[in-house]
Write a protein that binds this ligand. Structure first.
Ligand code: C2E
Ligand code: CA
Ligand code: CA
Ligand code: CA
Length: 275
């Protein structure tokens, strides 16, 4: 409060200071880890219910930490919130995914599509659409092998004109657009018609909460009637799977099929799934 004394400052609050210090230390460690090539992508299958086949994989970032083991993004979220580092990690994700797709194409691995997550910072230059198309060309990966996942709040939020222009260009080039975490942000139904969206991803918080069944059902009906494929994430058991199939959900992602796995395990997974 203001009347606490004008010579006092919040920077001397010891708990705040350590949070700030920890953040600075983390960002420094992430920077070093990028140089040391400790960031990798794990791949989680997305299964198409009608054909009972793997339609593709979502690429999810992991920090292969030399002492702490493989860390999920919740352990380095601050890096995705930092403008400079989220650009570096975004570059790295694209480059790694494209290189991997090239390898799988060369090896005849039928991976379908790979979905890459995009953060708000990556849209800011206004050049993302060109950059992605240049990269696809450089790795000689067809545009229709790539999906980009944009969260609802990035899509509809700050600078949404730039975001939707970028997304439209990529869509026209044949890149598939997925609206991620649908239902957790502030997209309106009108937005859904306004922007090119090929897929709606229902957030796992809805999928996993039995009380949200009516919401899940409504989203599937809505998405399908607008010509979008609907993907449910966070599907962990057979009951959830059956309910979603009942509602007409198109695709399923979750631990029920597989946790995210290192790239080296993907060919074996596809063989087992096909058998
Ligand atoms: P997301 O894009 O919503 O990704 C789905 C998350 O749900 C992943 O967490 C995945 O491992 C997890 N998941 C999938 N199936 C299940 C399940 O059945 N049960 C449970 N409990 N969880 C499941 P992960 O890999 O920890 O990633 C967390 C978030 O970090 C992602 O959420 C995404 O927002 C962000 N992220 C990950 N990789 C990248 C990246 O390369 N770039 C950007 N910008 N963000 C990324
Ligand atoms: Ca995602
Ligand atoms: Ca999600
Ligand atoms: Ca998310």
């Amino acid at each position: 409060a203001k009347d606490e004394g004008r010579n006092r400052s919040v920077v001397f609050d010891p708990s705040m200071r350590s949070a700030l210090e920890r953040r600075i230390e983390l960002l420094r460690d992430v920077r070093a880890a990028i140089t040391a090539k400790e960031f990798v992508l794990y791949y989680q299958p997305v299964v198409d219910l009608a054909s009972n086949s793997v339609s593709g994989f979502e690429a999810l970032m992991r920090w292969d930490h030399p002492e702490q083991g493989v860390l999920t993004p919740d352990r380095f979220m601050a890096a995705f919130e930092d403008q400079d580092l989220s650009l570096k990690l975004g570059d790295l994700a694209f480059e790694t995914a494209l290189k991997q797709m090239r390898q799988w194409l060369d090896d005849g691995v039928e991976f379908g599509r790979v979905a890459v997550n995009i953060s708000a910072a990556q849209f800011r230059s206004g050049r993302l659409a060109q950059e992605v198309q240049e990269r696809l060309a450089r790795w000689n990966v067809p545009c229709d092998r790539l999906t980009i996942e944009v969260t609802e709040n990035v899509y509809m939020g700050w600078g949404s004109d730039m975001v939707s222009d970028t997304v439209r260009q990529l869509h026209q080039a044949g890149v598939m657009i997925a609206l991620d975490d649908f239902g957790t942000g502030y997209a309106s139904l009108a937005n859904l018609r306004q922007f090119p969206i090929d897929r709606l991803k229902i957030d796992k918080s809805f999928v996993q909460n039995a009380e949200d069944a009516a919401i899940v059902k409504a989203v599937i009906t809505l998405g399908s009637s607008m010509g979008m494929k609907v993907v449910a994430e966070g599907v962990e058991d057979q009951d959830q799977l059956e309910a979603l199939a009942d509602y007409g959900c198109d695709q399923i992602q979750g631990y029920h099929f597989s946790r995210p796995m290192p790239a080296a395990m993907v060919p074996g997974y596809l063989l087992r799934f096909g058998a």
